[in-house]
Design a protein. Structure first.
Length: 198
């Protein structure tokens, strides 16, 4: 008779690998590492709406002067709209506005002969940085107090006057136009802008 092969009593068990537990490190940097800033993508400027042409009366929907009616002058290189109140009529100065936050009305002024100064561009609206440094102790005691406003730059006020001259002349040529620009836009209960004609 043949002899059966004997099996070893010590069976080979699968190797047990210890689980690795991710423990939080006890080291914390004294200064937070600066996170990389996301790169801004060059978004192409959208085409200007057909209803917005030089002289069109626009209604502002956002910002400090929301609800005010303004006059559209031109489109700047940045794609924003250059508008004015005029300032003497409703207190709205020269401003840059995104076309997404305006309503174009059917009312329009004739500004064909009006020339806008070349100095009124995107650089005109950049705020000038003050180089004066305030001492630390003075800054501590002035914290919470309203900051004193500086004088309005003369070149901006002169540009405002030059720009508004032709617009004011066009406003005087249309009856009740000054009262229309002074009035503010608002909605009452049951009114919806998409059901209105402007």
């Amino acid at each position: 008779m043949g002899v059966h092969p004997r099996r070893s009593l010590k069976a080979k068990l699968p190797e047990h690998k210890p689980k690795v537990i991710n423990k939080n490190t006890k080291y914390y940097p004294a200064v937070d590492a600066p996170a990389p800033k996301p790169k801004k993508k060059n978004v192409p400027t959208k085409a200007l709406r057909k209803t917005i042409t030089p002289g069109t009366i626009l209604i502002l929907l956002a910002g400090r002067f929301r609800g005010k009616r303004v006059v559209f002058l031109k489109r700047l290189e940045s794609g924003l709209l250059l508008v004015t109140g005029p300032y003497r009529i409703n207190g709205v100065p020269l401003r840059r506005v995104n076309q997404a936050y305006v309503i174009a009305t059917s009312t329009k002024l004739d500004l064909k002969d009006h020339k806008i100064p070349d100095e009124v561009n995107d650089a005109h609206f950049v705020k000038e940085k003050t180089k004066e440094k305030v001492p630390a102790d003075q800054e501590f005691f002035e914290e919470g107090k309203p900051k004193a406003k500086g004088a309005h730059p003369e070149h901006k006020s002169s540009a405002q006057k030059k720009t508004d001259e032709g617009v004011l002349a066009a406003v005087k040529g249309v009856e009740h136009m000054s009262n229309y620009l002074r009035s503010t836009f608002g909605l009452s209960k049951g009114q919806f802008p998409h059901q209105m004609s402007f």
